[in-house]
Write a protein that binds this ligand. Structure first.
Ligand code: UDX
Length: 457
């Protein structure tokens, strides 16, 4: 079979941290000659503002076409609706292509949509899941599935040792595992996915072999996980671009401020970039503390604050540089900012995309974990990969200005800064190697395409 006759549907979960890696995967498959169609909710289709180059995009309804997720009464209701309405829409899409020149022969679906595997099986085509967490975090869910971690966790005594990872305590665990009562709907769907992992033809993960080598090696033969990342455009990894530098597909318009021109005016490695991803919210109290810490550090900064209304202290305003060289924007092209030589530190909530983007581009991190996989990611940033440090929140959950100031200074100028920078550039080289021709992730993708073309036996 010619690769052009292989046709993959990539089914997205409509959250920014899930859209970006899967859209990027679609681009990589298209660059290798496959036909890729992106299936996502009508709300997402209507709101993404970046062109998805070379893939067509088709609506798969989640039952909330007007306002998407925020229209749903609960996470559980949303996931159930997406399953019942989305399954039908996905079947119709496959039928639509059935009599065309390029019938669909594989569905690659986001791990929060495990019902897509049933659709693939119904049509006798390949089904593959795409995991948006690190392999280390996935291994924690896997250990629970295997009954090797006692669940629920005992907060006072809990610790776990896994190959290649530092010992993890209760506070380092993903919040879905540590506080299941707060996230029941997400945890249920994640555990369902891990129960059925082996039913997939492939299990892709947005990581690369070297980054989690010891763990991946120890797990070989136990689980079917295949590293294919990092899912960021090759241009940011010093690789040939095939003309494509656009990243993912953004649900928000970037700020109208010419922030990249602003960053251009700053000296190398002098700017702190602050961004807490797409899902979290920053309270007014927290915003005041962040502003205090950034001011105290006396560094230039660019800070993404999605809703800044009334949250900023006097002197700082949305979309305007303040007197001390700080800029607040509502949204930006994060990888573009990270890749700018003037950026010397990334203050992040440690969402997996943000971490793997910074690791791949080689930017030192101050980790301010919020929820989900972020506490584990922050732990590994500091203790496994040595590319940054974790900032501690107070018992009321607030990151104080003093703590932020201390961490920013430590990462940029402190005793640990040289080692952190060295590790950051080492991981950046390693990421570039993984996605270059014949690198570990590139080989895994090529092998997948070869099997896909041989067809289901
Ligand atoms: C969520 C979870 O928080 C995360 O832990 C999980 O691994 C995936 O889902 P999110 O909180 O949005 O994602 O964080 P993250 O994973 O870092 O994804 C955010 C994405 O938005 C990144 O790809 C980042 O590049 C992008 N972004 C963020 C922008 O493009 N512009 C911005 O201004 C901010």
């Amino acid at each position: 079979m010619n690769p052009q006759n292989a046709h993959v549907i990539l089914l997205l979960y409509p959250a920014q941290g899930h859209i970006n890696p899967l859209v990027q995967f679609a681009k990589r498959l298209v660059a290798k000659g496959l036909k890729a169609t992106i299936g996502t909710t009508p709300y997402t289709v209507n709101h993404i503002n970046a062109p998805i180059l070379s893939s067509s995009i088709e609506p798969i309804s989640d039952g909330y076409d007007e306002a998407g997720f925020k229209q749903a009464p609960s996470v559980q209701a949303y996931l159930q609706s997406y399953e019942s309405v989305g399954s039908k829409a996905l079947c119709e899409l496959i039928l639509k292509f059935r009599d065309s020149d390029s019938p669909v022969n594989c569905i690659i679906y986001d791990s929060l949509l495990p019902w897509a595997l049933d659709v693939a099986k119904k049509f006798g085509i390949f089904g593959a899941v795409f995991l948006t967490n690190s392999a280390s975090v996935c291994s924690l869910y896997w250990e629970i599935k295997m009954g090797r971690i006692d669940f629920p966790l005992d907060e006072d005594k809990f610790e776990v040792s896994l190959p290649g990872l530092p010992v993890l305590e209760f506070c380092d665990m993903p919040s879905l595992i540590a506080r299941p009562e707060e996230h029941y709907a997400y945890l249920a769907i994640i555990m369902e996915k891990f129960q059925r992992l082996e039913d997939n033809d492939w299990v892709f993960c947005n990581t690369f072999q070297d980054l989690e080598n010891e763990l991946l090696k120890a797990m070989e033969g136990q689980w079917p996980l295949i590293p294919v990342g990092p899912m960021i455009p090759s241009a940011y990894l010093g690789q040939p671009t095939e003309g494509d530098t656009a990243y993912g597909a953004s649900l928000w318009e970037p700020s109208s401020h010419t922030y990249m021109t602003w960053v251009d005016t700053k000296p190398p490695a002098s700017v702190v970039f602050v961004s807490f991803g797409s899902m979290g919210t920053t309270t007014a109290k927290q915003a005041q503390e962040i502003a205090k810490g950034l001011k105290a550090s006396k560094k230039h900064f660019i800070w993404v604050l999605k809703e800044s209304d009334g949250k900023l202290p006097p002197g700082l305003s949305d979309e305007d540089e303040d007197d001390d060289g700080g800029l607040v924007v509502t949204w930006c092209n994060q990888v573009e900012v990270l890749a700018h030589p003037s950026v010397g530190c990334f203050v992040t909530h440690c969402g997996w995309n943000s971490v793997i983007e910074a690791l791949s581009i080689g930017v030192p991190i101050v980790g301010v974990a919020q929820w989900s996989d972020q506490p584990t990611n922050a732990k590994l940033v500091e203790e496994l990969w040595g590319v940054g440090i974790r900032a501690r929140r107070d018992s009321d959950g607030i990151l104080r200005g003093e703590e932020l100031d201390k961490c920013v200074r430590e990462v940029m100028d402190g005793a640990k800064s040289e080692g952190i920078r060295r590790n950051a550039s080492k991981w950046s080289e390693s990421a570039a190697k993984a996605v270059s021709a014949n690198g570990s992730s590139d080989k895994n993708i090529t092998k997948f395409i070869r099997t896909l073309m041989m067809g289901k036996g």
